[in-house]
Design a protein around this ligand. Structure first.
Ligand code: URA
Length: 211
C-alpha cells in the first residue's frame, strides 16, 4: 500500500461497510450507514489537523483551549459525495463547501466535468474531497487537479471503497494527497465498477434505478 493511503479498519466502520455492500440494504438503511461511515472516516482523516493553543475563559477561570489554524473546505464530488459531505459538516464548524460535478462516459469510463464551484478560501484551507468510490481514480484525480489549479494545497481524499487501479492512478497523479478508505477491494470489473464493491453508490444512496 502506498504510504499516503490509510486503511481505516475500525470494527464499527467494517460493520457499516458490510451493510452498504449488502444488496438487501434498503435506501433508508444505506443512507444511514453511509452517513455514519462518513463520520467515522472523517474523524480518522482529520486527526492530525494542525491546531493552536488559545486562552479561553470558563465561567470559573482562564484555561487553555484549542483552535484549528486553518479553515476547512469540504468538496463532495457529485452526486454520490453529497451524502458524505452532509453527514460530516455538522462536525466541522464553519467549514465551507465546494462542489464538483463529474460525469463518467460509460463506454470509455473517462470523466467529464459539468460543474465546478470552489470557495475563495481554498488556498489557505485544509480541503477534504469526498467521494464514496475510488474506482478508476480519473474523476477524483481530475477534480483534485482543478482544485489545485484554483489554489488548494492541502488536500485529503476520503472514500468508502477503493480499487487498486484507482489508488495507483490517484497516487501517480497526486502523490501529495492523503487517501483514507475503509477498504481496498479486489479489482475493477469490465464496467469499471469496484468488485466486489457495493454497486452504484449514487443510485443506492438516492434510491434511483440504475441509469
Ligand atoms: N461508482 C460507483 O458508484 N460504483 C463503482 O463501483 C464504481 C464507480
Amino acid at each position: 500500500m502506498p504510504p499516503n493511503v490509510t486503511l481505516i479498519e475500525h470494527p464499527l466502520a467494517r460493520v457499516k461497510l458490510a451493510r452498504l455492500r449488502d444488496e438487501r440494504t434498503s435506501p433508508r438503511e444505506f443512507r444511514r450507514n453511509a452517513q455514519e461511515l462518513a463520520v467515522l472516516l472523517a474523524f480518522a482523516a482529520t486527526r492530525d489537523l494542525e491546531t493552536a493553543a488559545e486562552r479561553i475563559r470558563t465561567p470559573l477561570t482562564e484555561t487553555d483551549g484549542t483552535k484549528l489554524i486553518r479553515p476547512i473546505v469540504v468538496v463532495p464530488i457529485l452526486r454520490a459525495g453529497l451524502g458524505m459531505s452532509e453527514a460530516i459538516l455538522p462536525f466541522l464548524g464553519d467549514a465551507a463547501v465546494g462542489h464538483i460535478g463529474m460525469r463518467r462516459d460509460e463506454a470509455t469510463h473517462l470523466p467529464t466535468s459539468y460543474y465546478f464551484n470552489a470557495p475563495a478560501q481554498l488556498a489557505e484551507a485544509d480541503v477534504l474531497v469526498v467521494d464514496p468510490m475510488l474506482a478508476t481514480g480519473h474523476s477524483s484525480a481530475d477534480a483534485i487537479t482543478k482544485l489545485k489549479y484554483e489554489g488548494a494545497k492541502r488536500i485529503r481524499f476520503i472514500c468508502f471503497l477503493a480499487a487498486p487501479e484507482g489508488i495507483a492512478h490517484l497516487c501517480a497523479q497526486h502523490p501529495d494527497v492523503a487517501i483514507f478508505t475503509s477498504a481496498v477491494d479486489e479489482r475493477l470489473d469490465e464496467r469499471a465498477y469496484i468488485f466486489p464493491g457495493l454497486g452504484d453508490a449514487g443510485d443506492r444512496y438516492f434510491g434511483t434505478l440504475p441509469g
